[in-house]
Design a protein around this ligand. Sequence first.
Ligand SMILES: [Zn+2]
Ligand SMILES: [Zn+2]
Length: 256
Amino acid sequence: MEIFGDYHIHTTASDGMASLVDQTKSAISAGLKEIAVTDHSWNTLLSSMSHHKFDRQTEAISMMHYVDDMDIKIYHGIEGNLLNRNGDMDIPDDIMPKLDLLACGFHRFLEATCWDKNMKYLLINGFAGKKAREKMIAINTWAFLSAMERYPIDVLVHLQHRALVDIKAICEKAREKDVYIELNEKHIKQIEPCIGDIIESGVKLIVGSDAHTTGTVGKFINTIALIEKYNIPTDRIAGIGCEPKFKDKSNYKVEK
Ligand SMILES: [Zn+2]
Ligand SMILES: [Zn+2]
């Protein structure tokens, strides 16, 4: 199975161990034709994105297209954080129109400024007992559904990692809003139990290595195994059977 794209890659602009240039070189060596750089967003603890870093990354991406051996398409994305049960995300309004790809995911390690109102929500996910589990699923599902309503999200990343959701409800909204569900190489085990519902929903899929090092860019051993095991139609998977199409965010206006 040939994979030509990797739409989830980190660099030293957030918590990646390799520079944008090195990650791109690795992608080329891995035979990829296109990648998305998706560093962590503004409220991430310790390794957050900033306007300065984002602008430098934009410049670096455009510069790379002038360098001969960097013959690869690069989408400039961000892996945004789902901040709370209301589905708020941490993408500055002025950044949104500059994004090729907006990914949305749940992460627990956010900056202290988020803690007051969100601490309970963040900490309980992944550790809730059986009784609280159902309640958390309802809360998480609502948060993702409302984020998809409010933001031009392209990809939901590593679903069912830490924050469990009602996958049928999520897939239904994702289809309606034209959002990809990610097959995340690092967290493929978490999504496997609901892969049947995902396939049945008809939602579109996309591959992402979630690479933080050069050695993991474009490596999809677990993803390929899952696709083969469940016979997932590859014409529905961006990066394998089709090219991705991300939302035009240039006219994005925040609804206050
Ligand atoms: Zn993530
Ligand atoms: Zn990531």
